[in-house]
Design a protein around this ligand. Structure first.
Ligand code: ATP
Ligand code: MG
Length: 419
């Protein structure tokens, strides 16, 4: 077969022609569901100024600190392949003054993200997210609606029964106090912390709860809980959020120590888990980021959104075969090639998936190819048929073969397929 001179970059994957139909189906379902909620698509560049991510995701996060693909281009610009979608959407929202055109904006995106993480099952260096953002709406109605939309999407593709874990990161003063409490809790056991967490004590105490190093993760068990210091207004928001989800039949559990890996989150945050064969998988995360628009130069704008990891979703779904061919034309001789071409054109214009064997081998080889493609019908343009102006239509599923006028052949197949 020959030996490849190059291989794909570690942690990045080709989505090959025999697998892409699964992606298309999931993406189509996503577009359909978010469309019902009146979200419209936004398509941002994959490259942004590095500063955008530093400023919005936060300098002391794993993403910005360790995982970004950043480089200086030939003109000296500092650029980064986007590690997530929200920052670019907000950048565009501010840059195009969208707030001046409409008070509430709902948009969604689908596309690749890049993070230089250690590759493993469900964790890649190029992966794909489907996300949604809403600008100009306060909590908790739209937050709950976004989660319900997410659950509807999962349900539609066959991943029903999603569980939502949620928390509230506290407003301004409360969050400052919580940071302080965390800093004290972890600071008392400074010597047991990893070097990253020692730094986080000063720079970013919320991130302490996120550390994957075992000795640090152990301290999470008796860390202070957000709920203990949330004020009445935040608690009642959480309650309304919970009951809206409940009313929509979405299972939701409060997780007192849930923080997210990005600094822009402000209020309600959540993760969505689904049960797969190999245990529960976190397929999505999201929440409120009320300070980000202003942080990037816009006016104060409440906002919320989520992102779904499409690889994780697809890993939970069963394999499925690609679409099979509806009609296949066997071309025994060059004399039949013009008739074959016009039959194929007619079939395709009528919406049939139609093909032939471009290698023009023996009838047997062509029939083998038709079988391989799972063709429902095969049209055979033999010498006898060609002279009579007919074509033999073979039903590959039920068996049987009939001669039909060339002019009526495609219509015949359409009728048999019920289209
Ligand atoms: P995790 O805790 O799994 O690292 P995260 O908090 O970094 O996730 P987000 O940044 O909120 O995740 O991204 C939302 C979703 O994108 C995740 O729930 C996950 O499904 C997916 N995701 C994140 N990073 C990766 C990756 N490296 N490879 C594949 N999917 C990913
Ligand atoms: Mg991560």
């Amino acid at each position: 077969m020959g030996k490849p001179v190059y291989q794909k970059v570690r942690g990045m994957h080709d989505i090959l022609p025999d697998a892409s139909h699964r992606w298309e189906a999931v993406e189509a379902a996503y577009r359909e569901v978010v469309g019902l909620y009146n979200y419209r698509e936004i398509r941002n560049p994959l490259l942004e100024d590095t500063g955008l991510f530093q400023r919005s995701i936060g300098d002391d996060t794993d993403i910005v600190g360790k995982e970004m693909y950043s480089f200086t281009d030939a003109g000296g610009d500092e650029l980064t392949l986007r590690p997530e979608g929200t920052a670019g959407v907000v950048r565009a929202y501010v840059e195009h003054s969208i707030a001046a055109v409409e008070a509430v904006t709902k948009c969604y995106y689908i596309g690749p993200m890049f993070r230089r993480e250690r590759p493993q099952k469900g964790r890649y260096r190029q992966f794909h997210q489907a996300g949604a953002e809403i600008f100009g709406a306060p909590p908790p109605v739209v937050d709950a609606e976004q989660v319900v939309m997410l659950a509807e999407f999962l349900d539609r593709i066959g991943l029903g029964g999603a569980v939502v874990l949620f928390n509230h990161l506290g407003s301004g003063e409360t969050r400052r106090r919580y940071r302080q409490l965390l800093s004290e809790h972890y600071g008392a056991r400074r010597s047991e912390l990893c070097t990253d967490c020692v730094r986080r004590l000063e720079t970013n105490p919320l991130r302490l709860l996120d550390c994957k190093v075992e000795s640090c993760a152990k301290m999470k068990g008796d860390a202070p809980k957000m709920r203990e210091i949330l004020d009445g207004a935040d608690l009642s928001l959480l309650e309304r959020f919970r009951s809206l989800l409940h009313a929509a039949g979405v299972e939701a559990r409060e997780d007192d120590r849930l923080v997210r890996g990005l600094d822009y989150y402000t209020g309600i945050v959540y993760e969505v888990e689904v049960e797969a064969e190999r245990g529960s998988v976190v397929v999505a995360g999201g929440g409120r980021y009320d300070d980000l628009v202003a942080g990037l130069g816009g006016s104060e704008t409440p906002a919320a959104g989520f992102a779904i990891g499409l690889e994780r979703v697809l890993d939970c779904l069963p394999e499925s075969p690609p679409a099979s061919v509806d009609l296949f034309v066997l071309v025994p001789s060059p004399e039949a090639e013009a008739t074959a071409a016009s039959l194929l054109l007619e079939a395709r214009r009528a919406g049939l998936r139609a093909d032939l064997d471009p290698r023009a081998g023996s009838m047997k080889a062509q029939m083998k190819r038709a079988n391989k493609l799972g063709s429902a019908y095969v049209l055979i343009l033999g010498q006898k048929e060609l002279e009579a102006g007919t074509v033999a239509v073979k039903d590959m599923r039920e068996g049987g073969q009939v001669d039909v006028d060339v002019a009526a052949a495609v219509k015949h197949v359409l009728e048999r397929l019920g289209r």
